[in-house]
Design a protein around this ligand. Structure first.
Ligand code: AMP
Length: 187
């Protein structure tokens, strides 16, 4: 089963992804984590993306799509992909469709965790204290939220007509969101 968790930064995608990984024996494909790993390794890609990441801007589709490919084609991860933070643009959504089709896979569920800006700001400020992420200062948070709204609207439009698209109130408590997801998955 392949699942997309979709929603603004701080919507709780990572938390739900980790839960689904355990429950379904899956793999969390967090492009944010994959990109942070490149920065940590100080790779050529890492050097290219560090300023964008710190400013809360998106990394180019080309770089993200390339990094993603290996995961989709990894035979161990086949039918066990839990996407967290990807796709974030129409180009990425179309790229994902193509990669999945080429590996005989599809998306079974798309969960849109919908959260308002004020809730996001409160949550990310809390996470900043807990995780000490360099892109978690307030200006960056606002920039990331605005970037999200601007660029992901077409992705929402692209997916929202699908019968496997489900919107969930992301302001609910973690357990309540999990229960709603479980009800759709029937697990
Ligand atoms: P996240 O951990 O998902 O909140 O992502 C942190 C940062 O990584 C974002 O603000 C972007 O700079 C970058 N990023 C993560 N995923 C993507 C993506 N799918 N496309 C472009 N940039 C991304």
């Amino acid at each position: 089963m392949n699942i997309i968790l979709f929603g603004p930064p701080g919507a709780g995608k990572g938390t739900q992804a980790k839960y689904l990984v355990k429950k379904l024996n899956g793999y969390q494909i967090s492009t944010g984590d994959i990109l942070r790993e490149e920065i940590k390794k100080d790779s050529d890609i890492g050097k290219k993306i560090i300023s964008n990441m710190n400013e809360g801007k998106f990394v180019s589709d080309e770089i993200v799509n390339n990094l993603l490919k290996n995961h989709v084609f990894d035979p161990n991860k086949k039918e066990k992909l839990i996407f967290d933070g990807y796709p974030r643009s129409l180009d990425q959504a179309k790229n994902l469709d193509e990669l999945l089709a080429n590996s005989n896979q599809k998306i079974n569920y798309i969960f849109f965790l919908n959260v308002d800006k004020q809730t996001i700001i409160k949550r990310i400020e809390k996470r900043k204290i807990l995780e000490k992420r360099s892109d978690d200062d307030l200006d960056t948070i606002l920039k990331r939220y605005d970037t999200y709204i601007e660029t992901t609207k077409p992705v929402l439009d692209y997916y929202s007509q699908n019968s496997n698209f489900h919107e969930i109130d992301g302001t609910l408590e973690i357990d309540q969101i999990t229960s709603k997801i479980e009800a759709f998955l029937k697990v």
